[in-house]
Design a protein around this ligand. Structure first.
Ligand code: ATP
Length: 285
């Protein structure tokens, strides 16, 4: 990929231009029986600001492990993890994390959940609530500010979680299957809303999903991880579908169908290998 630097030179971007830069990352875990298990091996993943990159792979291929390394929640056993030119050590303060299960506090109202990050950072309660209300308006929840999480639908909870993640204005969003628990229709609406917010920002996104459709529809780049143990990147695909994208329509687009066919051809091999490996390990069919 070409990069035109501030000095007008063409070449590779300098390291500090990457929001996330994983170089040769390997992660080994010690299993309960004391063995060493290599989850991912020699992973290179570079994400520039403003890029939307999805990571797809079979179950157990190390998608969450990679996200956790980028978040600073896990240190690589070998290789380096950098964010904007700095070594990630401890929690990556430039990033916000959104999980499959949202992290809403059940005893706090929607507005208090959303404003919490700001009050913890020392912002006055009044200012934090005003900013939270701005965000709730952006995600269509202004009239639900005083509800408690259990009084919300699944989609509303996700909108609250998005407001919670964005209110601190992180440079990087790390999203681990954030919409996988939603029904198909709500999920597509949430994907559209996420893209609308993201397009207005310069945030880098790393989005983990099992769903290749979702990855292609949302992303600038789809990275495929191979079967474990020792998963590696087995494919990187540039998604050149024009933006803005309407995710309610895009799956019928011919270019989408072609990309899906090509990427699924590669992913399918790894999914099959995963099942074969687990059948051997489990002594199954
Ligand atoms: N703390 C740990 N100790 C031992 N093994 C671990 C640990 N965390 C993850 N693993 C193993 O590392 C591998 C990769 O796990 P990871 O959760 O990153 O995969 P994944 O691709 O996100 O999986 P899934 O798609 O099922 O969510 C798995 O085999 C998992 O069992």
């Amino acid at each position: 990929m070409w990069w035109i630097g501030r000095d007008g030179m063409v070449g590779q971007p300098p390291a500090d231009e990457y929001a996330v830069d994983l170089e040769g990352c390997t992660k080994e875990f010690t299993t309960p029986s004391g063995d060493t298990y290599c989850a991912v091996r020699d992973i290179n993943l570079k994400v520039r600001p403003g890029r939307f990159v999805s990571v797809v792979g079979p179950t157990g291929s190390g998608k969450s492990t990679i996200l956790n390394i980028a978040a600073g929640l896990l240190a690589p056993t070998a290789g380096t993890a950098q964010s904007f030119g700095e070594q990630v050590s401890g929690v990556n303060r430039r990033a916000a994390y959104m999980f499959q299960q949202d992290a809403l506090l059940p005893w706090k109202t929607v507005i208090d959940n959303v404003s919490l990050a700001l009050t913890l950072a020392g912002v006055s309660k009044a200012d934090a609530r005003a900013e939270a209300l701005n965000w709730l308006a952006k995600v269509g929840l202004k009239d639900f500010a005083d509800r408690y999480p259990h009084q919300l639908s699944g989609g509303m909870r996700k909108r609250t979680a998005i407001a919670q993640a964005w209110i601190g204005n992180p440079d990087i969003l790390l999203m681990d299957e954030p919409f996988s628990a939603l029904d198909v229709q709500t999920r597509q609406i949430m994907e559209n809303e996420l893209l609308t917010l993201w397009q207005e920002s310069a945030k880098a996104v790393i989005f983990i999903t099992h769903d290749l459709d979702e990855a292609i529809a949302l992303s600038d780049e789809v990275v495929i991880l191979g079967a474990g143990p020792g998963s590696t990147v087995v494919g990187t695909y540039e998604i050149t579908l024009p933006r803005p994208r309407d995710l309610l329509e895009i799956r019928d687009d011919l270019q989408f169908v072609e990309l899906h066919r090509e990427i699924w051809g590669r992913l399918r091999v790894e999914v099959s290998r995963t099942y074969e490996n687990s059948a051997v390990a489990g002594g199954g069919a």
